[in-house]
Write a protein that binds this ligand. Sequence first.
Ligand SMILES: NC(=O)c1ccc[n+]([C@@H]2O[C@H](COP(=O)([O-])OP(=O)(O)OC[C@H]3O[C@@H](n4cnc5c(N)ncnc54)[C@H](OP(=O)(O)O)[C@@H]3O)[C@@H](O)[C@H]2O)c1
Length: 253
Amino acid sequence: MNRILVTGSTGALGRPVADLLQSLGAEVRGLSRRAGQASHQGDLVTGAGLDAALDGVGTIVHCASDTRAQGKTDVQSTRHLLDAAARAGHPHVIFVSIVGVDRIPFPYYRVKFEVEGLIEAYGGTTLRATQFHDFVLGGARLAARLPFVPAPDVPVQPISTHDVAARIAELADAPPAAGRVADLGGPEVLHTPDLFRSYLQTIGSRRRVVPVRLPGAAFRAFRQGHHLAPGNPSSGERWSGFLESLSGTPTER
Ligand SMILES: NC(=O)c1ccc[n+]([C@@H]2O[C@H](COP(=O)([O-])OP(=O)(O)OC[C@H]3O[C@@H](n4cnc5c(N)ncnc54)[C@H](OP(=O)(O)O)[C@@H]3O)[C@@H](O)[C@H]2O)c1
């Protein structure tokens, strides 16, 4: 493997991606806005630090996203990244998107879809994945603070970030797809209220889960399963295994 830059290397997905690629023998660089958090400091919104981070790089795994602000700066950031990549000799760019971004009318998903277009025009590779275990856990933890635990009445196909990382490592070893590769989903499709119940059981909570039918076109699309990839499940970690791995950690006791 060659020299690889992972944007978003401090994030939920970027960390396991960087660790795996390094363990496979790549020379891995990370990018963070914060000093000392990655091998390279830079800001995709301004473009600062990108030329230095991209020097001699053969592959970029683009995991950075303004996830807290619904991807507000993601289009601009990706333009800066691709411009810098073109200056650096056109390395392979692998972008991580979300299953259903073209079919679910969520503001963040519209941004992801627009970024997919930029990646395709550049000649890079887009991998869409279903929701990460960590992301679903965040929702469950938030809901579990309430006396009655609301759970969206939608299916979900959670996947381990380590399994997404494994697929990215394969893509990093392959030629650019110049577009999308097959969507990647978790090993099973679960009902979100059941999944929240299993989380509550793991933390020893007796709170009751209340399935909630959320209104609007986006949640109708979720109910219809446009965010799922049942035809291409990973054979990796299940939600139950993920919960078991949590039960030993101090925050879950
Ligand atoms: N969460 C899910 O269930 C899911 C499912 C499928 C696909 N995805 C996609 O997977 C990707 C990674 O998601 P994640 O959950 O790992 O995100 P995350 O944990 O929120 O991490 C976001 C990363 O982006 C970096 N970043 C943000 N703005 C930046 C900027 N202006 N310049 C440089 N770096 C910047 C952050 O680095 P610093 O803060 O250190 O600068 C951080 O490392 C996203 O594109 C997301 O849409 C997520």
